[in-house]
Design a protein around this ligand. Structure first.
Ligand code: DAH
Length: 343
């Protein structure tokens, strides 16, 4: 029996030595020193031993059990350490690796152009105003001297919500709204915003686009003030070497009315495909506020005069950055938008 126990001990220790798995260690423990393990089985035969032999075998059994337990514990500690080291090695953070780049967005090119124009006019003492995109027929047309049935309404065929409500076709209604809100006080304001028309979408038309309205009302405002202001704007926006020209035009809310062109940069005024061989590029509509528009808004046209202008930031951005299709602004193609990171 003593031989048997010693053999079991050697066997167990041998197994412990060769294993490198914690699961197997557990199995060895159960196999040898568990409640139903080999040592217990051997000890079941103790009854057959003499009274002298029993305590000797009992003591040996305890020693064997202890020895196996010690071996198991030492090996377990060893394997656990290896496992932990392996885990730590796997989870090491390489602080020398370059960081992952965080991509930061930037303003849309139209927003940048609008902000540039806003800055310029703020520098000239203008305020920035806003108006509703869902507008009444009254402010969109009537208050601008475009009564119902006026043929000029045709040019701005529109998205109606009801007979009296529509998506504004231009930012000009903000002129009337601003004047109405004041009582014969001088005004210098610009109003950027979205406008809507039932245009078919092509390279130069979109059913939704942006405009910036300008309004200057005071005593003794003259056409030369309009021209001077537009000249400053054109040179700041497109370059000091640009010339402007005012061409007679018609708008129901201004009299006289003028369209402003800038000299073509591509050909220096000689004529090319960009300026349709005229040497000039149309930029905006403008004029002296029609006395009836002033009157309807509560301003006395005998005392007050003013000028107004309306421009399309889409068109300005297209000219400034050589963009060939207005629809690109609204298509959300990141490859296009990304090009204006620094704009
Ligand atoms: N509202 C006009 C349009 O959308 C543009 C315009 C022309 C605005 C002349 C003005 C102006 O303020 O004076 O076509």
């Amino acid at each position: 029996m003593q031989e048997q126990l010693k053999q079991l001990k050697n066997e167990a220790i041998e197994k412990i030595n060769v294993t490198d798995s914690l699961d197997q260690l557990q199995e060895i423990q159960v196999e040898y020193i568990g409640r139903k393990g080999s040592i217990t089985t051997v000890l079941r035969g103790m009854g057959k031993l003499s009274a002298e032999e029993r305590p000797i075998v009992g003591q040996l059994a305890n020693e064997v059990r202890e020895a196996i337990q010690n071996e198991l514990s030492t090996k377990k500690e060893h394997l656990e350490k290896i496992e932990l080291d392996k885990k730590l090695a796997e989870e090491t953070i390489d602080v020398t690796l370059p960081g992952r780049k965080v991509t930061v967005g930037h303003p849309h090119i139209l927003t940048s152009v609008i902000e540039e124009i806003e800055d310029l006019f703020i520098g000239l003492g203008y305020e920035i105003k806003e108006g509703p995109e869902v507008e009444t027929d009254y402010y969109n047309f009537e208050a601008l001297n475009l009564p119902k049935g006026h043929p000029a309404r045709e040019m701005q065929d529109s998205f109606y919500i009801t007979n009296e409500l529509l998506l504004r076709t231009h930012t000009s209604p903000v002129q009337a709204r601003t004047m109405r809100a004041l009582d014969n006080e001088p005004i210098r304001m610009i109003c950027p915003g979205k406008v809507y028309r039932r245009d078919s979408d092509d390279a130069t038309h979109s059913h939704q686009f942006t405009q910036i309205e300008g309004l200057y009302v005071d005593k003794n405002v003259r056409m030369s003030d309009l021209k001077g202001t537009l000249d400053v704007f054109a040179k700041k926006m497109f370059g000091e070497d640009r010339e402007i020209r005012l061409r007679p035009s018609f708008f129901p809310f201004t009299e006289p009315s003028a369209e402003m062109d800038i000299s073509c940069k591509t050909c220096g005024g000689k004529g090319c495909s960009v300026c349709k061989h005229s040497g000039w590029i149309e930029i905006l509509g403008s004029g002296m506020i029609h006395p009836r528009v002033l009157e309807m808004a509560g301003y006395d046209p005998e005392v007050y005069s003013g000028f107004a202008f309306g421009m399309g930031p889409d068109r300005i951005a297209m000219l400034k950055y050589g963009i060939d299709d207005i629809r690109r602004f609204y298509a959300n193609d990141v490859r296009f938008l990304k090009q204006f990171d620094e704009a």
